[in-house]
Design a protein around this ligand. Sequence first.
Ligand code: CP
Length: 305
Amino acid sequence: MGERDFLSIADLATGELVDLLDGADKAKARPSSWSSKIKGNQVALIFEKPSTRTRVSFEVAVTSMGGHAIILRSDELQLGRGETVEDTGRVLTRYVDALVVRTFEQERLEKLASASNVPVINALSDRSHPCQALADMQTIREKKGGLEGLSLAYVGDGNNVAHSLLLAGSKLGMHVRVATPAGYAPRSDIVLMSQQNAIDSGGSVTITEVVAEAISGADVLYTDVWASMGQESESQARTEVFERFQLNSDALALADDEVIVMHCLPAHRGEEISRDVMDGSRSVVWDQAENRLHTQKALLAWLLG
Ligand code: CP
């Protein structure tokens, strides 16, 4: 078998996913014992879109485990002048041990991965955000003591974050309920894969346009921006369509008393989440953001170990 890539949560067997979460807990508990985990490895971080959390947490993860991170924006690469992703992958493979890539279409990532002989990690594509889902699962497990049987309600746009949550939660025995406006549901192929996962795990998948159906009694409430990167021109139209899909105190009142509130960030207070809920006592968003670092350490150590 060739090198492993991490392009989607669907690439992982359930046991591998659990092992990664266990590794992330260890990396968080004893960071000093991870200081040489990828010693001497060169990791290129290619960002074709902006990033705060993913870029910085990957750079810190690489350097704090003894590797060297090379940050590359596409406008600094010949990629920005039309060199193909395949040629870029073939060349970088000759220099580095892994590629972390934030890009546009999932297919672009897949082309790069197929031309590369080193592990390629999806740092966000239009279809999925698997590194985010790893941190989300670590955070829920840490706050709730487990995952199986918990209800996770995602409210908002059926986007890349929703896709990766569906895939991860359904593999881990969660009841994943997604509420979106009509026309903004998650992709049907992702929903189908998640339903198949749920059959094996004892979880379930609900896709609805009724917010209360998703959030009633939920253990976890989750949202993301209504207009993702590249959809800025749709912002105003989306604000009207998504108005009823805000996580606010009314939504919180329908959830379980011990509910935790999550957001992958960046957040737009007053749009997808109200200020009081974002900054309130049920919010775990800062621990969630921190866990990007620990899960990505576990991922890099697994792929490069
Ligand atoms: N959640 C997330 O991916 O954040 P960034 O866009 O800042 O990397």
